[in-house]
Design a protein around this ligand. Structure first.
Ligand code: NDP
Ligand code: OXD
Length: 314
């Protein structure tokens, strides 16, 4: 049986080459090629066009090539087969690097020094809060949130987390559900969002939430780091909150519209750091090998791993 690689927005060639090399005994098709739909048992997807998987009569498993699965859940014609997502050490490490980097950038005020360097300005500025004085709050304590939390704690940050269900996190404070949100936000100077985009989280990063962040922390105001999904954030609210001081700065890897349009005010905003949705890339070597291993497990009757709860949407 064959694998259909259904990728948009990423270059499919590397993935197809990798799958063909790893599974020489199988046929690997790209969406757009001509193929026999009845032959396809597996799909590897990143943002396949909605409806394009609807007529595959022998489809058994859909593999998301990313950790997030909102690109699949948004397809109203998604076949009712198990959906498996990426849980990958390489991807997890990359996300933690991103989170640690941008928390340190805010702690050490690096953007200010970059600007001073551009201006050839030397200010004898000895104000540097300690990491232990800065409270980082992770929204989402899943695979990525937990790893980032641990690594931030090693650096000395005062870390807490928030998730849907209660979590024990190496002795770090953790909060859950609607009831725990206010207490979580009120002790947060840097809010790091690693939530999935679902019906329950869409638009959660909005003015009413930002207004509950700690107003008087050691960084002089709260910062937002969003590397979850653009649909989690209300961009007009972020801009308005940066303007009135509810937020002091934001680091955004994901956007309501991607690629970020050239006219977006985020590009030139002095308090915003923009990265092009690459906080944690899926590595074709590592993720391709995982898909192949999952197919082996499935066919050996050993059971799939990292199956998505399609009811919850993540
Ligand atoms: P997980 O599924 O492992 O974790 C998701 C976390 O979010 C869980 O702790 C879950 O709670 C929590 N959560 C979900 N819904 C809610 C809710 N309504 N209220 C509170 N908490 C909620 O996902 P990962 O950690 O692997 O990935 C997280 C997201 O990161 C992905 O979905 C994707 O969108 C994004 N991502 C972005 C990348 C980038 O490059 N920018 C790269 C990879 C991923 P509970 O523990 O109770 O289930
Ligand atoms: C992912 C992503 O979900 O790259 O893995 O956004």
């Amino acid at each position: 049986m064959s694998l259909l690689v259904a990728i948009t927005q990423w270059e499919p060639e590397t993935w197809i080459e990798r799958f063909r090399r790893l599974m020489p005994e199988r046929r690997v098709f790209a969406l757009g090629e001509s193929f026999d739909a009845a032959e396809v048992q597996y799909v590897a997807s990143w943002k396949h066009p909605a409806g394009s998987l609807a007529a595959l009569p022998n489809l058994a498993v859909i593999f998301s090539l990313g950790a997030g699965v909102d690109h699949l859940m948004g397809d109203p014609c998604l076949p009712e087969v198990p959906v498996v997502r990426v849980v990958d050490e390489d991807l997890t490490n990359r996300m933690s690097e991103y989170v640690v980097l941008h928390c340190l950038m805010r702690l050490r005020q690096q953007r200010r020094y970059d600007e001073q360097q551009r201006q050839h300005v030397w200010i004898d500025d000895r104000f540097q809060p300690a990491a232990r004085e800065v409270r980082v709050g992770l929204m989402g304590l899943g695979v990525l949130g937990q790893d980032a939390a641990r690594k931030l704690a090693v650096l000395g940050f005062d870390v807490a987390g928030w998730s849907r269900s209660p979590k024990a996190l190496d002795g770090l404070p953790s909060f859950s559900g609607e009831d725990g949100l206010e207490a979580f936000l009120s002790r947060t100077d840097i809010l790091v969002c690693l939530l999935p985009l679902t019906a329950g989280t869409r638009g959660i990063l909005n003015r009413s939430l930002f207004a509950q962040l700690a107003p008087a922390g050691r960084l002089g105001g709260p910062f937002l780091i969003n590397a979850g999904r653009g649909g989690l954030q209300v961009e007009a609210d972020i801009l308005a909150c940066l303007m009135d001081g509810t937020l002091k700065g934001a680091t955004l890897d994901v956007f309501e519209t991607e690629p970020l349009p050239p006219a977006s005010p985020f590009w030139a905003h002095p308090a915003v750091t923009v990265t092009p949705h690459n906080a944690a890339m899926s590595d074709p070597e590592s993720v391709g090998a995982q898909v192949v291993e999952q197919i082996r497990r499935f066919e050996a009757g050993e059971g799939l791993q990292n199956i998505v709860d399609t009811g919850l949407g993540y």
